[in-house]
Design a protein around this ligand. Structure first.
Ligand code: 1GP
Length: 244
């Protein structure tokens, strides 16, 4: 069943490409997170993602999400770095399988451990196949990934098609937060050629030019994190490039 937030995303995708702004609870204070959310909304972002590879959770996560929701009308979607990064304050959660991890904990076990919590909190799960590409950065190391080589787009395409066949409704191609480069446009192009579900890309998007190249290759949703921590003003041009 398609939930409210997924429907909002799919409806918007009919008209334009989307941008999500990532707020990592480990890098942002409450005030910084509020200001990041306000700037993201002004810049034309479509949702706030909350999450990080280390396990910030509990009360702090609730307070952080509440503060963000008080500063923006954008939906807040959890991008979980761990089993307990679930908060009733969020609108939805990317219910992800880390498909190219070597450790089954990240593929299905943490999902089993977190599933009842998602049900109890009533937040909307959005089934997503998560694929980490070289260099992978922190999430590659933490998630014990068999990183997809940058030069092997066919591996990414095979995993993405498998994600679709397994019932995932989004594929997320991740180079890792802080990656020096994005995933390649060749990889995005090949993945888009084989799947029919929306493709999210993230990691290393720091210029309108790099965002544009991925947009031209067919990516549907763009996630940026580092840029708002380091060069907020650039976010406006990046979102403009994605949506033009
Ligand atoms: C989300 O990892 C990204 O998928 C965020 O990456 O911090 O490099 O923008 P950056």
């Amino acid at each position: 069943m398609t939930g409210k937030i997924e429907k909002y995303l799919l409806d918007k995708l009919q008209k334009e490409k989307l941008h999500f702004s990532l707020v990592d609870p480990d890098s942002f204070s409450i005030d910084e997170a509020k200001s990041a959310a306000t700037i993201s909304e002004e810049a034309g972002s479509d949702a706030i993602l909350i999450g990080g590879s280390t396990h910030t959770l509990g009360n702090y996560l609730d307070i952080l999400i509440e503060s963000i929701k008080a500063s923006t009308k954008l939906p807040v979607i959890i991008f979980p770095g761990g089993v307990a990064q679930v908060s009733p304050k969020a609108d939805a959660i990317l219910f992800m399988s880390y498909m190219n991890s070597r450790n089954p904990y990240f593929i299905t076990k943490s999902q089993a451990l977190g599933s009842f919590l998602v049900k109890k909190t009533g937040i909307e799960p959005i089934p997503t196949g998560y694929l980490v590409v070289e260099p992978g950065e922190t999430v590659g190391w933490m998630g014990e990934a068999d990183l997809i080589p940058r030069k092997k787009p066919q591996i990414a395409a095979a995993y993405s098609l498998a994600a679709q066949y397994l019932g995932m409704r989004f594929v997320y191609l991740e180079a890792g937060s802080g990656a020096p480069e994005t995933v390649t446009p060749e990889m995005v192009g090949l993945v888009k050629k084989v799947i029919d579900i929306p493709l999210i890309v993230g990691g290393g998007i720091r210029s309108p030019e790099s965002a544009k190249k991925l947009a031209m290759a067919g990516a549907d949703i763009f996630v940026t994190g580092t840029i708002i921590e380091k060069e907020k003003e650039k976010l406006f041009d990046i979102i403009k490039a994605i949506k033009s």
